[in-house]
Structures are given as C-alpha cells and as structure tokens.
Design a binder for this molecule. Sequence first.
Ligand SMILES: [Mn+2]
Length: 351
Amino acid sequence: MKPSELADTFTKVVESLKHIVIVVAQIDPDALASAFVLKEIISKISAKSTMTVVDIVFGGHIGNAQNRTIINLFDLSRAMIPSTEYDFSKCEAVALVDSSKMKDGRVTLPTNLSPVIVIDHHRDSDLPTGGGQFYWIDEVGSCSTMLVELWLALGFEIEKLNEALLVMLALGVFTDTQALIQAGERDFQVYQSISKRIEPRQLQKFLSPALNRDYFDQLQIALQNRVQKNGSLVTGLGTIDHDDGDNVALIADLLIRESTVSTVIVWAIVDNVIRIAARNDDVSEPLEDFLREKFGPDSGAKLTSHGLGIGGARLELNSAPWMTKALKYGDSQKKLEDFIGQLVQDLVFND
Ligand SMILES: [Mn+2]
C-alpha cells in the first residue's frame, strides 16, 4: 500500500470506532511496541472525533526476562489485560498486531468479533478478506517497522513518539531481525530514524537482562532431565513457582541453540497447569500443527522472520481426562512429575 492509501484507509476505519481491543497473541518486544504504538495512533486520530476507547489484551505468558524488563520499566502492566480476564462483550472491534490469526490457541476471540485492523509481518494468516477493514500484512522484518511507517504515513513526526515508545520500537525491530542481520531496507530505515533519538545505553539493559538465581537452578534440572531422540529434545523442570514461570520459555530459548537439536519441548507444573514451551528451527514442520496434534487446542505458535518457531501449550491438571490415572500415581508430587515427564516424552517422541 502507498502511504496515502494507508493513511486514508486507516483513518476511515478508526473514525467509526467507539471501543476497540488490540490483541497481542504472544508477547515479545515487537508485539509490545506494535500494540502500544497502535494504541497511541488510534487515540490521536480519534481525539478529533469519537474518542475511541482502546484496550490492550494479551494471550500466553509474559515469556522471558526481556519482556518482563520492558513491561516493568515502562510500567505497562496496568495497561495490559490477560485475555482470560477480559470481557470481550464490551467492545465492538478487534485489532491484531504482530499476528494475523483468528484461531490462535493462546487467545480465544468471540466468533462475533472480526478484526477491523490487522497489521502483521507473518505469512500464516487465516483471515477472510472483506470490505471496510484495514488489513495490512507485509513481508518486513518486524511489525514495529510497519507501525512506524503508518505513523509517518499519517503525517505524525518521529519526534512526537515518546521515549518509551521509541525504545520499544527500536527493540522490536532489533530483536525481530536478529540484531538487524535479517533486516531489509525498510527495517533499516525505520531503525535508523528511531535509534538516533535514543541513548544506545538505553537498549543495553533490555538486550541482556538480569537472570535470577532460580533460573540457573532450574536450568541445571533441565540439563539433567533432558532426553533427546533424533532432533527432538524433551525436558522438565518439575513444579516451579508462579514467579519463575517465564523460565520455562527462557530455558527453551537456550536449548534450541544446541546444534543437534531442531525441536525443544520444556515443561513445568506452574499453578496446577502444565506449562509447555516449544521451539523449533526446522521449517519443514510447522510448530503450530505439531503442538495442536500433541497437546490439543490450547496451543499456539508463530514463525519468526528468521525461521524459528516459537510456541507453547497449557494443560490444565484438574480437567485433563487422564488426570484420574495420574492421581493414582500422584500421592506424591514426585510421582506425578515423573508421570507427566513420561507422558510428554511419549507424546513428543511417538507418532
Ligand atoms: Mn514480530
């Protein structure tokens, strides 16, 4: 789309809205930046007419130390609602950023709500096309790139983005393009225009965030418990605290880097739920399909622009049909964990 076309279509869609919810299927720096810049854009446009209410909801988990650092430092948590706690009936429209799938295991959207705004750089959309909407799916390195392009197309200046948004956008482009290695012309242009307006040291604390002691203890357990068959690696952390929940994803991020591993499944029991983090760098097997087949509908994944599948699943311990069987073993937590470890291995290793 040409900038003028982008601006016109977008403005038309926004002007008619009273209450929209921006849905982030899975939090990462790119998705966070995109959601908060989109909110800013909608608020700026609607201020002239309707004063649209804009909510941001998210699916999945915060994910890792980097996401948590961004959320804490910029105090974003009050402005983001977990999708499971959000009352979708009060809004009339949905916007999707950094994802273009309606059927995503991590966020269940009411069927009567179809997205009116979709901005994404992934190629796995399942959206129907229709009139009166703003669907923009483009092959660039990051969704943040597109949000900055939209910002400029609407006639706003880069200087008008506040510092938090600038830092978030820079991180969005930087992380989604693998430190700019996968960046295209448009990503570079956007990165340059925003990064010269922020302190380089500002980015540093996000790029190598502090890791807590529990992370290393759990990493040790993960390394001890790992079982590998061909390229698939499965490991479990046992039962961990709610506050350590993100370590499941963090450890999966590390293990996928091993050269003989192409799929990683890390599980842990967190708050009576089996939380599963999955990573896959073998593009021939879509991670989403794999997770759905193995762990059911409460799974989801996305493919990053550099070919890494990132996803997860959750299995409620209380409602699982096999739980009665598990409980026979489960007079001790250790036995339950052993059972789950075996179950996850069976699911992953057997067809
Ligand atoms: Mn992205």
